[in-house]
Design a protein around this ligand. Structure first.
Ligand code: CMP
Length: 140
């Protein structure tokens, strides 16, 4: 089915001038950009976004990294978009990510892993609603 999923290009990949390269990988794999914005996450927004991780030892580090510079937030749309995006990104830890995936190419370590992608259609709906108004997402 056609799905929408939420994607973030994280601050470390932004510093590498990799927006174009990463979006090209999404587009080459059949995903379309239905919404996109370059922005800086506030601490409270990042904490809300990552609320499920708030008891983890790396939570503070995760929030400080994600608010350390600009990010690109996007809605990706396409057939099976949630799973397809996760395939294109590769494993969370760049050291374990398959060759040719975004995290293998642009990730530095498990925290600074270049991109975020929703892990389910339910997460995608929650995450998209956190960052975009309904009218900001186009049916592409
Ligand atoms: P993301 O998909 O954005 O969702 C949660 C993030 O937590 C994950 O990507 C990683 O970047 C980060 N993360 C997971 N494990 C660790 C860890 N051990 N240390 C630091 N960050 C981590």
């Amino acid at each position: 089915a056609i799905e929408q999923t939420f994607s973030i290009i994280k601050p470390n990949a932004m510093k590498k001038n990799a927006i174009g390269d990463i979006i090209s990988m999404f587009e080459a794999n059949g995903l379309k950009i239905a919404a996109a914005k370059v922005t800086i996450l506030s601490k409270s927004k990042a904490e809300e976004f990552y609320a499920e991780h708030k008891e983890r030892p790396f939570f503070g580090e995760l929030v400080s990294f994600m608010t350390s510079g600009p990010v690109t937030i996007m809605c990706l749309q396409g057939e099976n978009a949630v799973a397809k995006n996760r395939e294109i990104m590769g494993a969370t830890d760049p050291k374990k990510a398959a060759v040719g995936t975004v995290r293998a190419k642009f990730g530095d370590n498990v925290g600074e892993n270049a991109v975020h992608g929703s892990d389910s259609t339910a997460s995608a709906a929650r995450e998209l609603a956190l960052f975009f108004e309904k009218h900001e997402i186009c049916n592409v």
